[in-house]
Design a protein around this ligand. Structure first.
Ligand SMILES: Cc1ncc(COP(=O)(O)O)c(C=O)c1O
Length: 410
């Protein structure tokens, strides 16, 4: 029986090699924050960085900041800062725009690299925006999107792989927290001559991705979850260096031009990852992100992963004791950094938890999600959250009518 006592949690905290990083985040008193898989907590480095960007760079340096404060190179500079977290050499990652835009751009580019092949394989359970965008690309390009569960991808590729241009999956199922077999699916796709496009929104910063080691082609992810880049922080796109010369994105904006300030009437792509640039980036968000990810230089993804698995192991043990159904796989190799708990009354239970300072979220129809960012969540947080959950269920506190009201964002 795993030890779920407060004393044991305190002992785990005392010997946690990442414990010192918690002070690099500003967490409100009395809150156990288990929603860093939706919006990461505020990194301590961000307010000062934003203050400098607003007051000095924008307020004083004004338009000169594009050169003087190197605003122009922020998309590649911040992309390079993200690269180690992705397990990528720096000149392959570009920061900018939203995940949705990057997914669209990458999918069109990938299809253009496989002329004659018309099928896209994607996950029936992917985050909705992925499917919506791939369907739109299909309407524009004549491609067909087939929704194939991850476990069946290798079989479909073995049988009909010659038709498949792109295999596009989420690294983690956003509802259940199940981790997909990224190396296996990638190998099967490559064996069939197809390209892979991975959406790593729910793993980047929490689970090693090893983009170069796994020979990935395209990787897209957001930066407002485990990277704690802030609300509306720009996304990133990884394109393997070997594809740069043939990378022909959908959105050929002027920032991706070989000579943007020549103002030529026709498009000529820049060299390298810079051709993934589109238009003027959201600099306040991007420079906040640059400050936010400094903390990753003080640790590595292996240490983060080890603690994340220990945190989720402990939470699963606590939830088992409460007799609740855990929807997240128990095997480490199949688990991201969240634990999903199934319950018919998921919404009022989460509302009651939030009211008591334990913040997670829900996904329909019946999933309570608890995300564990190893940089700032402690073992004591884990047992405290489970204790509050147990108390709510035992007392029926979630049946209070005020918890029946649904907010716009859940
Ligand atoms: C897997 C995945 N892809 C995409 C998105 C969202 O895309 P965007 O950043 O464009 O809103 C999310 C948001 O939670 C997500 O979980």
């Amino acid at each position: 029986m795993p030890d779920t006592s407060r004393e044991h949690a305190a002992a785990l905290d005392a010997r946690d090699p990442l414990a010192g990083l918690r002070k690099r985040f500003r967490l409100p008193e009395g809150v156990v924050y288990l929603d860093g898989n939706s919006l990461g907590a505020l990194p301590d480095d961000v307010p000062g960085a934003l203050d400098d960007v607003v007051h000095r760079q924008w307020g004083v340096d004004l338009i000169r900041s594009w050169n003087a404060n190197d605003w122009w190179n922020a998309p590649t500079r911040v992309g390079a800062a993200l690269a180690p977290v992705l397990g990528a050499a720096p000149d392959q990652v570009l920061c900018g725009d939203s995940t949705s835009v990057q997914l669209f751009n990458a999918m069109v580019a990938a299809l253009r690299m496989r002329p004659g092949r018309t099928v896209v394989l994607t996950d029936p359970d992917s985050f909705p925006t992925d499917g919506y965008l791939f369907d739109s690309v299909a309407r524009m390009s004549g491609a067909t999107v087939r929704r194939v569960p991850p476990g069946e991808v290798a079989g479909v590729l073995a049988a009909e792989g010659a038709q498949v241009a792109v295999v596009a999956y989420n690294h983690v199922d956003y509802r259940t927290g199940e981790l997909r077999d990224l190396p296996g699916i990638t190998r099967a796709a490559h064996d069939a001559g197809a390209l892979v496009l991975w959406d790593v929104c729910h793993t980047v910063g929490a689970v090693p991705i090893d983009a170069d080691a796994h020979d990935l082609d395209f990787v897209v992810g957001c930066t407002y979850k485990y990277l704690s880049g802030g609300p509306g922080a720009p996304a990133f796109l990884y394109v393997a260096r070997r594809l740069h010369d043939v990378f022909d994105p959908a959105l050929t904006g002027w920032h991706g031009h070989a000579e943007p300030f020549a103002m030529e009437p026709g498009y000529r792509p820049a060299d390298g990852i810079s051709r993934a640039r589109i238009g003027t980036p959201p600099l306040l968000n991007m420079l906040a992100l640059e400050a936010a990810v400094r903390v990753f230089a003080e640790t590595d993804t292996a240490a983060i992963r080890a603690k994340s698995l220990a945190l989720t192991d402990l939470f699963i043990a606590c939830v088992d004791e409460l007799g609740l159904e855990v929807a997240t796989p128990r095997e480490h190799a199949r688990r991201g950094s969240q634990v999903a708990v199934r319950h018919d009354e998921a919404h009022p239970i989460m509302a009651a938890l939030i009211d008591r300072g334990v913040i997670g979220d829900i996904r329909p129809p019946d999933i309570l999600r608890f995300g564990f960012n190893a940089l700032y969540v402690s073992y004591t947080d884990v047992v405290e959250a489970a204790a509050v959950l147990g108390d709510i269920l035992a007392t029926g506190a979630h049946r209070d009518p005020r918890f029946a009201v649904r907010a716009t964002v859940t």
